[in-house]
Design a protein around this ligand. Structure first.
Ligand SMILES: NC(=O)c1ccc[n+]([C@@H]2O[C@H](COP(=O)([O-])OP(=O)(O)OC[C@H]3O[C@@H](n4cnc5c(N)ncnc54)[C@H](O)[C@@H]3O)[C@@H](O)[C@H]2O)c1
Length: 357
């Protein structure tokens, strides 16, 4: 008989729908209940995906439904509360990025997973891209040698989502914690998860007043999303250097609003070669017959089944839960990233290099 995973979805907004689309494709995955504090969103997602069991509180859902796993898709400020409740109810849990509002919350979440002997997986979705997996293979094969420097770039020109994303009490911050977290995590992951020792960051809040006047501000947000711009107390761009214990370093650049060409780029530089992937495919900086050469990998999807990032992430979560597969995006990685994020905000606030303990 095919194994089945009964999942309770916590939060029924935009990303929850993306997760639901993925679960629909996975044999054995069954979202049996959802909860959201907003009844309208709860019912609209419940109706769209035919989910009968609906709750306006996570506690009620956990009390009155038989579940094997939970998936946390709520505002950042409620990740810790919801994930800990699910873990304490004995459920393997997937939690969206960023892990929490700060490292203290993240550590409490990791502790809940350990005391309940349950999986807490982080939704670091970019780890599951074709490019990331190919880069990982090149690195494992020694093609880059020792990686000692990386660039983690995620620049939007006019892309503040508004709504709760702009409200620090709900989001924890702007592009650093929201989108910078993706390339920051991915570069660290591909560098072999080195221990961070210190950071130096500068953040800016220069453009949001002007941007608020522009209609395009949330033009790319999903229809119906809360894109109000009445509160904005988060940074709109930032740059930082992260130093690791092994001597390696990462340059992070991220923005919601910056007068620039929007860019998504991850670059890793090693003693034998380099690799770059993002907006323009995947390139290897190497040597051919003693000549410096840049190799553009062609038609990646010809060699790999074109994989949707979220499909791969949900597939991995379900596989970990049903088959005990080792998790490739574990809670501890999220804790370390939260420590880096805390230090980035502290450094930007104080104008000083901040040590990470
Ligand atoms: N991996 C990615 O690329 C990616 C993309 C977008 C969002 N996210 C993350 O997903 C999370 C949700 O983002 P979103 O865009 O779906 O936001 P959203 O506002 O569309 O949805 C969040 C929902 O959570 C609900 N909610 C808040 N607190 C709750 C609680 N305690 N219990 C139940 N429901 C609660 C809200 O009412 C809302 O409907 C965030 O952490 C965000 O960072 C990740």
């Amino acid at each position: 008989m095919m194994k089945e995973l009964r999942i309770g979805l916590i939060g029924a907004g935009n990303i929850a729908r993306t997760h639901l689309n993925s679960y629909k494709k996975i044999p054995g995955a069954k979202v049996v209940a959802i909860c959201d504090i907003n009844e309208e969103i709860l019912n609209s997602t419940g109706n769209a995906y035919g989910i009968e069991k609906r709750f306006t509180s996570v506690e009620d859902m956990l009390k009155s439904t038989t579940l094997d796993a939970a998936d946390v898709c709520v505002w950042n400020c409620n990740h810790a509360k919801c994930a800990i409740a699910a873990l304490d109810a004995g459920l393997n849990t997937l939690c969206e990025k960023p892990m929490a509002m700060n490292a203290e919350e993240a550590e409490a979440m990791e502790a809940a997973a350990i005391r309940n002997n349950k999986l807490l997986m982080l939704g670091f979705v970019t780890r599951f891209s074709n490019e990331a997996r190919i880069a990982k293979e090149f690195i494992a094969d020694g093609k880059l040698g020792e990686i000692y420097y990386s660039k983690a770039i995620y620049l939007r020109r006019n892309g503040c989502p508004g709504g709760w994303f702009s409200d620090k009490s709900k989001s924890g911050g702007g592009p650093i914690i929201d989108i910078g977290v993706h390339p920051l995590d991915l570069t660290r992951y591909l560098m072999g998860n080195p221990e961070p020792v210190s950071v130096s960051a500068v953040s800016f809040d220069k453009l949001h007043e002007e941007r608020a006047q522009l209609k395009t501000i949330a033009g790319w947000m999903p229809k119906g999303a809360d894109a109000r711009y009445d509160k904005n107390d988060v940074e709109d761009s930032a740059v930082a250097i992260i130093r690791y214990a092994n001597g390696a370093a990462t340059l992070l650049e991220t923005s919601y609003a910056l007068n620039c060409i929007p860019k998504t780029e991850r670059e890793l530089y090693g003693t034998k070669g380099g690799i770059s992937f993002g907006d323009n495919g995947l390139k290897i900086f190497t040597e051919v017959n003693g000549f410096m050469a840049n190799v553009d990998l062609q038609d990646l999807n010809f060699y790999r089944e074109k994989a949707d990032l979220f499909d791969c992430e949900m597939n991995h979560f379900v596989d970990c839960c049903l088959n005990g597969t080792k998790c490739d995006s574990p809670a501890h990685d999220g804790v370390v990233i939260m420590k880096i994020l805390d230090a980035l905000y502290e450094s930007a606030k104080t104008g000083k290099e901040v040590t990470i303990k």
